[in-house]
Write a protein that binds this ligand. Structure first.
Ligand SMILES: *Cc1c(COP(=O)(O)O)cnc(C)c1O
Length: 355
């Protein structure tokens, strides 16, 4: 048995993998992969997936759920194109690689991207706080969870300006007040489903108000809303599997129960990192991500021993991103606390034998 701590694509529940592979062979007589996206069978899948997102996150009326393509990377561009208004000026919080990506794409489509706050001075190991937000900004953008550096906003940025968020790596991990946002986007493959679809939760009020002098058809969220997320062929497999995963989530208590489980998993691991003399956390307590825990060995002489231990235990995906080094344990919804316990046991074994 493997324990997948990979940062994405994510682990999904075994039952979801099973149902999704069954549907590849037989989905009402055809393969899921060959059905028409215009067939009533798939139209039902799309609408159930949209409804389950609304149910899981308690999405208020006045919002539309879309499943588009291009990943969160295209979300950077789509967000800027749809949110820019006459000032063509926006505020961004620079909390790492993905935030930087969003800033670069905003700039590329003509937005004056103001960095309201940054944690780059300390290699992004904290979440900046207490920054000013000017009232002439068209929108404010932040990345709720920084997958690479292991930091997470513990509260939503407080502003009257329209708020945009890349929630790729913590959506559905805990309750979120969607009414505070004008636009949320998230690549499916971090905590929702297989790569290939990107979730957008769009406040309908924002549609059709862009000041961009150019707007390719696919980039305009209004076109997708008007076509019920079927402007072009949607990524059928990714949406179907995401729908199965949302059913599973709701059946198991929804995002509040998921949040309790995720907190328990993260506490278990962070407690070990903090108490084990061989390890240190990359991020301080209050800004730590419950999804991606980044940590290092105090002494690199222990690296080979530790790597052997976790490899032998069937743990995969634990190697840290090159920009932090060390280790990163991603604990998305489907990772069980038993898997985390196995990692903790190994860390204790290392301390016992090498400490
Ligand atoms: C992985 C990730 C991205 C990039 O997602 P793609 O779907 O590969 O484009 C963007 N933002 C965050 C927070 C991520 O974790």
């Amino acid at each position: 048995m493997k324990h997948n701590f990979g940062a994405g694509p994510c682990i999904l529940p075994e039952s979801v993998f099973k149902q999704s592979s069954d549907a590849i062979l037989n989905f009402n007589g055809l393969s899921l992969l060959e059905i028409s996206h215009r067939s009533s069978d798939f139209v039902d899948v799309m609408s159930e997936a949209q409804e389950l997102v609304k149910k899981a996150l308690n999405v208020p009326s006045g919002y539309t759920v879309l499943f588009l393509q291009g990943g969160a990377s295209l979300g950077f561009t789509i967000a800027a194109l749809n949110m820019m208004r006459d000032n063509k000026k926006a505020g961004y919080i620079n909390t790492g690689t993905w935030a930087k990506g969003a800033i670069a794409e905003g700039k590329a489509v003509g937005v004056d991207t103001n960095i309201l706050a940054s944690s780059e001075d300390k290699n992004f190991n904290y979440i900046p706080k207490n920054f000013n937000i000017a009232d002439d900004l068209d929108y404010v953008h932040f990345t709720s969870n920084n997958t690479i550096f292991g930091t997470q906003f513990q509260s939503i940025i407080d502003t009257d300006r329209p708020l945009v968020c890349d929630m790729s790596s913590d959506i559905f991990s805990k309750p979120v007040d969607v009414s505070k946002f004008d636009l949320i986007y998230a690549g499916a493959q971090k905590n929702l489903g297989p790569a290939g679809s990107t979730l957008y939760i769009v406040k309908n009020e924002i549609l059709g108000k862009s000041s961009s002098p150019f707007m390719p058809k696919y980039m305009d969220l209004k076109n997708h809303v008007d076509k019920g997320s079927m402007l072009n062929t949607p990524p059928v497999f990714s949406i179907y599997t995401s729908m199965l995963n949302l059913r599973h989530l709701i059946k198991n208590g929804g995002v509040s129960a998921a949040s309790d489980r995720n907190t328990a998993k993260a506490n278990l691991l962070y407690n070990e990192i903090d108490s084990n003399p061989l390890f240190k956390a990359a991020v301080k307590g209050e800004d730590r991500s419950l999804m991606n825990a980044t940590f290092l060995l105090n002494n690199n002489n222990h690296q080979a021993d530790f790597d052997n231990l976790w490899n032998d235990a069937g743990i995969v995906g634990l190697k840290g991103h090159r920009s932090v080094g060390g280790y990163r344990a991603s604990m998305y919804n489907a990772l069980t606390i038993e898997s985390v316990q196995i990692l903790v046991d190994i860390m204790q074994e290392l301390a016992r034998t090498k400490g």
